[in-house]
Ligand binder design. Structure first.
Ligand SMILES: [Zn+2]
Ligand SMILES: [Zn+2]
Length: 268
């Protein structure tokens, strides 16, 4: 044990025996001095433990997506492809000013996909320019399309995961929200949505049940970090079973009766 209690009786830091201890590490139990103490998610840790991925899981999660291309980058890539086709069309039609505007917008799209810093704010400005140009040329239609594109671009601009792709620091609170969504038992979350969908599409019922069971098995309140969503996993199983029952005893007999009713006059 590296926790030290010297002859004086006061506990000493495990790393700095000359310092008096001010706290105990939550994970390894070592005494730490004020210099060594680390707060991670409202818990006290020593320096060695504070940087372990299972302790500072949000930091580990941040590093795992830092600078990595996200789904939004691919959405922008698809939009850019359409813009490039439109640019080509404008060139063929000898619409020079339109071609210049569309080529500029395509350039923003390409830069965004490559994660170039200025492209994130430029993505919000681009629909405004396109909308204004569209209004000058074709009237209100261009403005409406520009506005709809602007709303999507703003959403992408503010998205936490996209900001991490652009290597921008995000507040801990937002990182936690993203972690909850992506890492904290997403299977259980999907089980519940698929379970609701099963009332409209019976083939989804077994999927919801299987996802729910997988989600339930992943729940571990003692894990570090704790894995939750037991309720949503259970909801997936229950909704899956209920929808099977509803389809078996209610919807399918009703449909059968309806089909019979339609066919009878033909038979007669
Ligand atoms: Zn420790
Ligand atoms: Zn120390």
């Amino acid at each position: 044990m590296s926790s030290q209690v010297l002859s004086g009786g006061a506990p000493r830091c495990a790393v700095h025996p000359e310092h008096e201890a001010s706290a105990t590490c939550q994970r390894c139990g070592n005494f730490t001095c004020l210099e060594c103490v680390h707060w991670v998610l409202d818990q006290v840790y020593c320096t060695a433990c504070a940087f372990r991925p299972e302790v500072n899981y949000l930091e580990a999660f941040r590093l795992s997506v830092w600078g990595k291309r996200d789904a939004n980058a691919w959405v922008v890539a698809f939009g850019t492809l359409l813009l490039l086709l439109a640019t080509f069309g404008a060139l063929v039609a000898a619409e020079w000013s339109l071609a210049v505007v569309l080529a500029g917008a395509s350039g923003v799209g390409v830069a965004f996909f490559l994660g170039v810093g200025w492209a994130r704010p430029a993505l919000v400005v681009t629909p405004i320019v396109l909308g204004a140009f569209g209004m000058a040329r074709g009237g209100v239609g261009g403005l409406v399309v520009g506005f709809l594109l602007f709303v999507s671009a703003l959403q992408i601009h503010l998205d936490t995961r996209t900001r991490l792709f652009f290597r921008e620091d995000v507040p801990r609170r937002e990182l936690k929200r993203l972690w909850e969504l992506r890492v904290n038992n997403p299977v259980a979350r999907h089980a519940m949505s698929v379970g609701i969908g099963a009332f409209f599409l019976p083939v989804l019922a077994p999927v919801a049940i299987v996802l729910g069971i997988v989600g339930l098995r992943r729940v571990d309140p003692n894990a570090r970090p704790p894995i939750g969503r037991r309720g949503q996993a259970l909801a997936g199983v229950v909704l899956g079973c209920l929808s099977l029952a509803a389809w078996g005893f209610l919807f399918l007999p009703l449909i059968a009766r309806f089909v019979e009713g339609v066919l009878r006059p033909i038979d007669g």
